[in-house]
Design a protein around this ligand. Structure first.
Ligand code: ZN
Length: 721
């Protein structure tokens, strides 16, 4: 039974408490307001280890218990976010060797951070058993103390799981200060992990191109040299962080088995380029009951489409588990102290709320209730001002909380069905990081394709190499596939043979899973399904210039390096510029559908019952640069095979279909212009009511409704048969 079915309501609430905010003498006042003035049903308490366990075997839960007592009385649900990222100082004194160590060799002393004003950050490295033991003791004591409260509904056992010090607010640091952990215990664990994986040092040597005499010779990679070691080091951390999440989950679940234990991501690759944080949301979501995401569109300057993509990717990683928006921005966000993002507007609240509902989210929690009081986040994030003043955005959240619960019966069992699958794998991020110290190009490729999916009113499912069994869609898009294992290639071949449509960028499977260049591209037998092989590739881009000895910033003399235009002849006639690489395609059965001069750069092939579209460039990068021709091309391919339930022109309609009642939700992504459009509905609807505007009736004529939507706005119609 899901938490909503138990609660019979959509979980709608806010992060409320993180020491030192709100002040202790104000809890009664604020919690009553949350319940009665805002009409929210849930609050989250962000509990920090170092503030509750200030000496060995000494715990202070008093203030937390005061809050629980108020919530028990007022009828507010509570869930707690347990945090081990602020460690007590006594433990650091006992075990200084357990400090996290950066790639630059610095052991990190505990201290405050933007989101950890009370210090103890970034905790100690959990590869040290003494840290795990102390953390376990604290969690058991905490859960034992709170589990009897009738207001307690569950636990978020790790806030934004990642290798914690990677995001430390070290304002003068370089990448070496953002790469962890090189402590002795982590090195030992890494060697054990390698020994389990390779069994024999000779096999590791041939895979890594090394000559180690034994496991103890191995150090983690600390500069950019080879690819295999980085791929394994990052995979080791994916496993380690997942195991640690499972450790926290297990402790809490054992003490309080009736309640949910979840977690939520602080970054949703491929939409956020953050390779050094070592986040694999697929393996993380597997460890917990439910999965969520932080959601700060203004901080990242996301368009509405990127925000939708983040939720599609979160739902994909959850693989059928319930998903939450665990931190929706309440106010402005801090861009690091002085600078702030624009403040959340009432129309943002409306759009983000309904975007969440449409993309299958089952709970919305704001970050946060009261503006932060000190440190880099001071004056930011709150729905409510630090002086207690209510705001238009908080009032709007109160209205939407009410509306979402009013119509919850229509969408409580709804999950969107994906139309298009997109292949994403963390290994590609890791390899790109090993190549150039960042993975932005991979993110851009994905964002580009997602824009095209969004503009065609379709939903996407992200698939990784280890979740290929989830692939049930007609179309598979493969952006920037730098590394590919043989079994994934076999799966893709089989997919096409049985009738799947593969759309792929150039250089598919350029490297194997250990980062070694493949002699034939596309690799691992995929040349058969593509009906072609690649010739030698040229680094080519509209922005490509010689970086050295080029005072006039002139392009290379040969046009082939400067992103020339590809003329596409099928399935439509259009053109767009080469981005990233220009890769001539040598046809072995495929049909050429796009050229520059006499070089084939786009091909189509029939294979088995399926088809392959192969591009001799990074089409995803062209899309990310808003190349119109690239959009027309991808739209033409998508429209050949999949059709959305409702379709817009400039507006983006989405339909939540129930048996007799449905919700039509229509977004306007444009930041400045209002648009008015007629949307064709599936047959059978007799009446339509405007959900946000007092159920005003909207005329349905011949299965069509006409409506206008303000810039960055949303309209919601309740359709009745
Ligand atoms: Zn360590």
């Amino acid at each position: 039974m899901s938490i909503q079915q138990k609660q019979k309501a959509f979980i709608y609430g806010t992060q409320y408490y993180r020491v030192p905010n709100p002040p202790r003498d104000q809890h009664q006042y604020h919690l009553k307001r949350i319940k009665n003035e805002l009409g929210f049903n849930t609050v989250k308490l962000f509990l920090q280890w170092n503030t509750q366990n200030i000496a060995p075997d000494k715990y202070d839960f008093e203030e937390m218990e005061e809050i629980f007592n108020i919530c028990n009385r007022e009828g507010l649900n509570v869930f707690v976010n347990t945090n081990l990222e602020t460690c007590p100082y006594w433990l650091e004194r006992q075990s200084p060797e357990a400090r996290y160590v950066s790639a630059n060799g610095q052991a990190i002393e505990l201290g405050p951070n933007g989101q950890a004003q009370t210090g103890g950050y970034p905790s100690l490295c959990f590869h040290n058993n003494i840290v795990r033991d102390a953390a376990e003791k604290y969690l058991i004591k905490l859960v034992g103390t709170i589990k009897g409260n009738k207001s307690l509904i569950g636990y978020d056992c790790w806030n934004e799981p990642h290798l914690e010090p990677a995001w430390m607010d070290n304002l003068w640091g370089n990448m070496g200060d953002r790469l962890y952990c090189y402590c002795n215990a982590s090195r030992v664990e890494f060697r054990k992990w390698l020994a389990t994986k390779y069994n024999n040092i000779g096999i590791l040597n041939s895979t890594w191109a090394r000559s180690y005499g034994g496991w103890e010779d191995i150090n983690p990679p600390n500069r950019h040299g080879n690819y295999a070691d980085w791929l394994d080091w990052i995979r080791f951390w994916f496993d380690s962080i997942s195991e640690h999440l499972s450790f926290r989950y297990g402790i809490i679940k054992k003490e309080d088995p009736e309640k949910f234990v979840m977690s939520h991501s602080g970054a949703v690759p491929p939409f956020l380029p953050r390779p050094n944080a070592f986040i694999n949301n697929w393996s993380l979501a597997e460890q917990v009951d439910m999965w969520g995401t932080s959601f700060a569109p203004k901080f990242h300057n996301w368009s509405m489409s990127m925000s939708a993509g983040v939720i599609d990717a979160t739902r994909s990683a959850a693989r059928g588990k319930e998903i939450w928006i665990s931190e929706m921005t309440g106010g402005s966000t801090s861009m690091g102290g002085f600078k702030k993002s624009p403040i959340t507007r009432p129309k943002d609240i409306r759009a983000w709320n309904w975007l969440s509902v449409v993309y299958g989210v089952k709970a919305i929690i704001y970050w946060c209730y009261l503006e932060e009081s000190t440190g880099l986040e001071a004056g930011s994030f709150g729905l409510i001002r630090y002086n207690g003043k209510n705001t238009e955005r908080a009032q709007e959240a109160a209205r939407q909380a009410n509306l979402i619960n009013k119509y919850f019966y229509i969408f409580k069992d709804y999950t969107p069905t994906a139309d298009v699958a997109i292949l994403y794998d963390p290994d590609n991020t890791s390899l790109l990081f090993a190549m150039e110290n960042k993975d932005d190009r991979y993110s851009q490729s994905h964002s580009g394709y997602y824009e095209a999916v969004w503009e065609n009113d379709l939903y996407a499912k992200y698939i990784t190499y280890s979740s290929l069994e989830d692939l049930r869609e007609k179309i598979l898009i493969v952006p920037m596939c730098l590394t590919l294992p043989q079994d994934a290639a076999d799966h893709i071949k089989n997919f096409v043979e049985k009738g799947g449509i593969l759309v792929t960028d150039a250089r598919m499977g350029l490297f194997d899973e250990s980062g070694f260049l493949q002699s034939d591209i596309p690799s691992h037998g995929l040349a058969d399904i593509a009906g072609l092989k690649e010739d030698e590739a040229f680094y080519s881009d509209p922005g490509n210039r010689p970086e050295l000895n080029n005072p006039g910033n002139l392009p290379w003399p040969d046009e082939i390096y400067s992103g020339p235009e590809i003329s596409i002849t099928s399935p439509i006639q259009t053109n767009f510029r080469v981005h990233g690489y220009l890769t001539p395609l040598l046809l072995e059965g495929a049909e050429c559908i796009g050229k520059w001069k006499n070089i084939c750069l786009a091909a189509h092939n029939d294979y088995g019952k399926g088809e392959v579209y192969y591009f001799g460039t990074y089409l995803g990068l062209a899309l990310s640069q808003r190349e119109k021709g690239a959009f027309s091309l991808v739209s033409a391919i998508l429209n050949k095979y999949v059709n959305p339930a409702v379709r817009g022109n400039m507006l983006r309609p989405r339909l939540i279909e129930g048996d007799n009642e449905s919700l039509l939700v229509v977004f306007n992504v444009d930041k400045l212009k209002e648009f008015s459009e007629t949307i064709i509905l599936p047959g059978g609807y007799k009446s339509a009511y405007d959900v946000i505007n007092n159920r005003k009736e909207i005329v349905i004529e011949e299965n069509k409704v006409k409506l206008s939507v303000e810039p960055e706005g949303v309209r919601v119609l309740h359709l009745v048969k």
